[in-house]
Design a protein around this ligand. Structure first.
Ligand code: MG
Length: 315
């Protein structure tokens, strides 16, 4: 049995893609059980070893909100001890200026902020209005840039919102361009509840392009809740987007809950891109091995179809 798909390129798609790995942050922040710091450090190192070019390591959010990542500083310390200077290139999420202070102290070079494209989620997640959340991000972004850091902006609920339903493209473009105008280098458009479909993806990317945003500054962050994540990646590729967020093993969200909102699995994305002959630089077998190991640590199987298909192939 083959452990890689046959390569049949499709004309008109980008030749190379950057996979932005979010498992250690977006994945583990949703785990019910606390994962030991040493396990997190090993996870990050294995993902780097598998060839993932960007691995978002953790979040400097207040432990009251995300106790799963309360060890962020300790984790970055462990990674710096192991990886040296290169650990400073691992991105971390900073929800506000206090989070940024911690990233500055550690000499980190890449941070990310997390915004909402809907009123309700801005209120529930950030305790701000859709409009005033930007007042909170402005000083964080300005200072990060002054420190010489790159800032990524996550925009959530870009396709649908559990309280408001479908989210108009114009509303998302307006929120996203505000983040970009504040100095965010890359904007990751998140399908937080997994309701996006292919035409909607093309319409949203076209909306940003029509607003004057270069497609190179966009990333797409899909969830596989309704099984649409790879179809949506395909739509993104057809629209010229070359950065995709993914989570090793599909970590993030409970795969057994009715409201499961699992991240697109890195392995599923790698299989798909490999089949299309699109360069990504990631060794599929190594990521699968890492996810099988992590599933053992977490005590439950990975929801990724590719991990299930290949997970025992080599053992
Ligand atoms: Mg996610």
């Amino acid at each position: 049995m083959s452990t890689l798909p046959m390569v049949v390129p499709e004309p008109g798609l980008p030749g190379a893609v950057t996979i932005y790995e979010v498992g250690p942050r977006d994945g583990l922040q949703n785990e019910k059980e606390a994962v030991p710091t040493a396990t997190k450090a090993a996870f990050v190192k294995r993902l780097i070893g598998a060839g993932l070019p960007v691995v978002e390591a953790t979040s400097f959010v207040h432990p009251r909100w995300v106790p799963q990542l309360a060890d962020a500083a300790e984790l970055m310390g462990a990674l710096t001890a192991d990886l040296g200077e290169s650990a400073r290139n691992l991105p971390v999420l900073v929800p506000n200026e206090r989070g940024l202070d911690r990233a500055v102290e550690l000499g980190l070079r890449h941070v990310a902020v997390f915004a909402s494209s809907t009123e309700t989620f801005a209120q529930k997640n950030l305790n701000r209005s859709l409009d005033t959340q930007f007042e909170m991000f402005a000083p964080t972004i300005t200072r990060a840039l002054a420190e010489g850091m790159d800032v990524r902006g996550y925009l959530s609920m870009c396709f649908g919102d559990p309280w408001e339903g479908p989210v108009p493209v114009d509303q998302v473009v307006a929120a996203g361009t505000r983040l970009l105008d504040l100095g965010v280098g890359q904007l990751s458009l998140g399908d937080t509840i997994g309701v996006a479909t292919a035409g909607h993806v093309r319409a949203l990317v076209a909306g940003f392009v029509a607003a004057g945003v270069p497609v190179e500054r966009l990333a797409l962050h899909f969830h596989d809740t309704y099984g649409q994540a790879l179809t949506n990646v395909h739509a993104g590729l057809q629209s010229g987007v070359t950065t995709y967020d993914a989570s090793a093993g599909g970590l993030g969200g409970c795969p057994y809950a009715k409201s499961a909102t699992g991240n697109l699995a890195t392995e599923d994305l790698v299989w798909f891109l490999t089949g299309l002959g699109i360069e990504h630089g990631v060794d599929l077998a190594s990521v699968v091995e890492t996810s099988v190991w992590m599933a053992g640590e977490l005590g439950r199987p990975s929801p990724s179809a590719v991990v299930r298909a290949l997970g025992s192939a080599g053992s």
